[in-house]
Ligand binder design. Structure first.
Ligand code: SF4
Length: 404
């Protein structure tokens, strides 16, 4: 269901130029030197950028729970949760997680279902599966201690270069650069970067490496993230409050809205999915666990799949259930319709009440199937869109009781 079966079956970038030529109208042209393929800031500029940013951070930096610790495990959890997710969403998840799994040993020993249940609603579930595997790696390969080199940190599952930089600088105060979405935006504006950031990452990494403060890397990295999150925001940046305003090429060229450069986006594909809420004679509901690989791997869901051209939703639901579970069902009335957007596509879930007629369900296209009661269903981790299906089932059950 969602996108799984859907997936299974079924402005030109410019070459970066020298900063000096880009900045010829800016007030800070003389402070930046460049080679044709990279940006190099003068030592005086670097010192001034570090000084002004750290001094701003000392009074304006955010007080966040993971900044009150030096425990690399807790910082690692926060860094993974913060990928693609806002701070205010992450805080309650982070706190619940550390209560349930206070150490890397506790996480390594947990069942995957417990891990996914705690992650439920946070999205991008590969992050949780990878965290779990990487915790086991830390135990087996590093004796339970988070590695203190970039090379070893990025060998852990789910840890890329910027996440490793975030953890190593925050936990051990090591001068390792970061380049998350906020930092890319800030740097692209700072030098009026003449390319789409993701098409010229090497230059931005070099810039971030050059800037990171050698004495205070922890504070510097936190500060540049805060600058991107609170002042140099995607829309309406607060340049008048910015500690880098006098050195910012985009600001000085009156061209902040042009940076970072972007590519025109194609509209997202939209998939129509038929979903079955199948009940047996005892009123138990059939759920299945998605395969480990791919989107939402390891989570539970209601079976279904993509509606083929010229097919009715009801025919799709019957066909998918026969193909995936080898059982016969009767498709009843529509329970709910849900619109949901993922990063690369949108789905409409057409959810139908169905009765089990015959056959024992087999996990042909999933890892496991189970019959559960409506009370037991909360023990299983489901993707976010499915929580609306469960809420609709509960509402329907209450109405049925009040009608009898
Ligand atoms: S001056 Fe504006 S555009 Fe430049 S870094 Fe500061 S907030 Fe961002």
């Amino acid at each position: 269901m969602t996108g799984k079966r859907a997936d299974r079956k079924r402005g030109p970038s410019q070459k970066p130029k020298a900063v000096s030529s880009q900045n010829k109208n800016s007030t800070n042209q003389s402070s930046m030197e460049s080679s044709p393929s990279s940006f190099v800031l003068s030592e005086e500029t670097v010192q001034e950028l570090r000084r002004s940013l750290l001094s701003w951070y000392a009074t304006q930096g955010r007080d966040l729970p993971w900044r009150r610790t030096r425990d690399p495990y807790a910082i690692w959890i926060s860094e993974i949760m913060l990928q693609q997710t806002q701070v205010k969403t992450v805080i309650p998840y982070y706190e619940r997680w550390l209560k349930a799994f206070p150490t890397v040993q506790a996480l390594a020993k947990a069942q995957q279902q417990q891990v996914l249940k705690l992650w439920e609603g946070l999205g991008y579930y590969a992050r949780a599966r990878n965290l779990h595997s990487a915790a086991q790696q830390v135990i087996s390969e590093f004796d339970g201690e988070f590695p203190q080199t970039l090379e070893r940190a990025i060998a852990l599952k789910g840890i890329g270069r910027t996440t490793a930089g975030g953890i190593l600088s925050a936990a051990f105060n090591l001068p390792v650069a970061i380049l998350d979405g906020n930092v890319k935006r800030v740097l692209a504006r700072l030098v009026a970067f003449p390319a789409v950031p993701n098409k010229a990452l090497n230059q931005l990494w070099k810039l971030s490496e050059q800037l990171v403060d050698r004495q205070q890397p922890r504070d510097f990295n936190q500060a540049i993230m805060d600058l991107g999150a609170t002042l140099c925001t995607r829309h309406n940046p607060a340049c008048l409050l910015c500690p880098w305003q006098s050195r910012c090429a985009a600001y000085n060229q009156n061209a902040v809205s042009r940076f970072p450069m972007t590519e025109s986006r194609k509209p997202l594909p939209h998939k129509q999915i038929g979903v079955a809420v199948i009940t047996d004679e005892q009123g138990k509901i059939l759920i299945d666990r998605r395969k480990q690989e791919g989107l939402l791997g390891g989570l539970w869901e209601f079976p279904g799949g993509k509606i083929e051209p010229e097919e009715t939703v009801e025919d799709c639901v019957s066909r998918e259930i026969k193909e995936e579970l080898d059982i016969e069902i009767e498709v009843g009335d529509r329970l709910i319709t849900i619109e949901h957007a993922y990063t690369h596509f949108k789905v409409t879930l057409n959810v139908f009440n169905c009765k089990h007629l015959s056959g024992d369900p087999k996990p042909i296209e999933c890892d496991e199937v189970k019959w559960v009661t409506l009370d037991e269903i909360d023990e299983y981790p489901f993707p976010k869109a499915n929580s609306q299906i469960i809420a609709a089932m509960r509402e329907q059950a209450e109405q049925n009781i009040s009608n009898t």
